[in-house]
Write a protein that binds this ligand. Structure first.
Ligand code: XIL
Length: 368
């Protein structure tokens, strides 16, 4: 046993490196580089990291239906206002995510006044369509041109069905018309915004083709869709650079802008492993993965306006809690906000081959 006497306990705040290239400057010739943000970050050192490296932000949860309109008719804008102001103050683009999704939706949205599930009856169709319109119009009128890009609909495809459309409550009540209406209403309110259809696993042929057919159909009928968002929650196994290329190539003939909207690269190969420290060799492999991915993305820069990573630093990744409460390290900066090999893979891959391959030594001496 021992005695401690007369001591101070202080939290040492993470220091943002100020002597490494800003990601947004490195990527400026190609596309905007964004990150998702969550509410608390505005008051932590993360805000400095975000300002330094990124020129686009996507609030990760604040614009979702359960955050903005948890109770019917009562709109809560504190969470969204803060980020819209932050983006404006620092000259950043802000992406709205998302108007229409089946997830993170409050229970009332798909219920009638008696709390019964909505059906496809004419009365229920009218009710749900009115809710969709009110929601989009109210948010759009509050922010107008300050939000440059909107994920108008999120995850609406399902390759298991011949029409490629997910059987969500939206679809079950309204049929595919809810997608049309969401884009039409968004365009009425926001003539200058980029209107995006966003989805995941777009590298897998079945879903890629489902999404392709949905977008082709929207375009053919004159529905105002401007862009396709590829979420890209990736692993080392997939997508490969070749698969990314095939996917990007596929959508070019449709004349839509493309975005990578939620990029992260898990360090795990499966859902069962659980580590407390990231294996050093995997951090380097992750750097190589980001390097190879960004090689492809740079080649498609003419078709890609923005690439967004789903979180500024590893402590703020949804992968730390979404599937299990294991830690993950999927992003470009570590829990101390320091650049990882993943960052160097994008900025200067020669550091990936420098020996010894420990994470911190990958930065040049001048940058430490
Ligand atoms: C995630 C958020 O990051 C988490 O904080 C939340 O608990 C669940 O949703 N696809 C999407 C995003 O379109 O909205 C999701 O974001 C991740 C998967």
């Amino acid at each position: 046993s021992y005695l401690l006497d007369d001591f101070d306990l202080a939290r040492v705040e993470a220091q943002v490196q100020d002597n490494i290239p800003a990601l947004k400057t490195v990527l400026a010739p190609h596309f905007k580089i964004g990150t998702s943000v969550t509410r608390g970050m505005i008051d932590t050192p993360h805000a400095a990291l975000i300002r330094r490296h990124f020129n686009s932000i996507t609030p990760g949860n604040e614009f979702k239906w359960d955050a903005v309109q948890a109770t019917e008719g009562q709109f809560a804008f504190e969470g969204t206002d803060r980020w819209v102001d932050f983006a404006a103050q620092h000259g950043m683009q802000i992406r709205g995510h998302t108007f229409v999704w089946h997830s993170q939706a409050p229970a009332w949205l798909f219920q009638d006044a008696q709390g019964q599930p909505l059906t496809s009856s004419p009365a229920h169709k009218t009710l749900l369509m009115a809710r969709l319109e009110t929601h989009i119009r109210t948010i759009a009128r509050r922010y107008g041109n300050r939000i440059a890009v909107w994920d108008v609909v999120n995850e609406v495809t399902d390759p298991a069905f011949p029409d490629g459309l997910r059987r969500s409550p939206w679809f079950n009540v309204l049929g595919k018309e809810y997608i049309d209406r969401a884009f039409i209403v968004a365009r009425e309110e926001l003539p200058n915004a980029k209107l995006v259809i966003n989805d995941y696993n777009t590298d897998i042929p079945a879903r890629r083709e489902a999404l392709y057919r949905v977008v082709a159909d929207l375009k053919a009928r004159g529905i105002p869709v401007d862009g396709v968002g590829h979420q890209m929650h990736n692993s080392f196994a997939r997508p490969t650079p070749g698969q990314v290329e095939t996917t990007l190539q596929r959508f070019i003939p449709l004349g839509v802008d493309q975005e990578i909207t939620e990029l992260d690269v898990t360090l795990y190969d499966d859902l069962t492993a659980s580590w407390t420290e990231p294996p050093a060799d995997r951090l380097v492999r992750q750097g190589q993965y980001y390097r190879d991915l960004f090689d492809v993305l740079r080649r498609f820069a003419d078709n890609i306006s923005t690439v967004t990573v789903w979180g500024p630093s590893d402590d703020d990744s949804w992968l730390n809690y979404a599937f299990d409460t294991r830690q993950d390290w999927p992003l470009l900066y570590d829990r101390q906000l320091q650049a990882k090999p993943a960052y160097w893979g994008i900025v200067d891959p020669t550091y990936l081959t420098a020996a010894p391959l420990s994470t911190r030594l990958l930065a040049p001496a001048s940058a430490r």
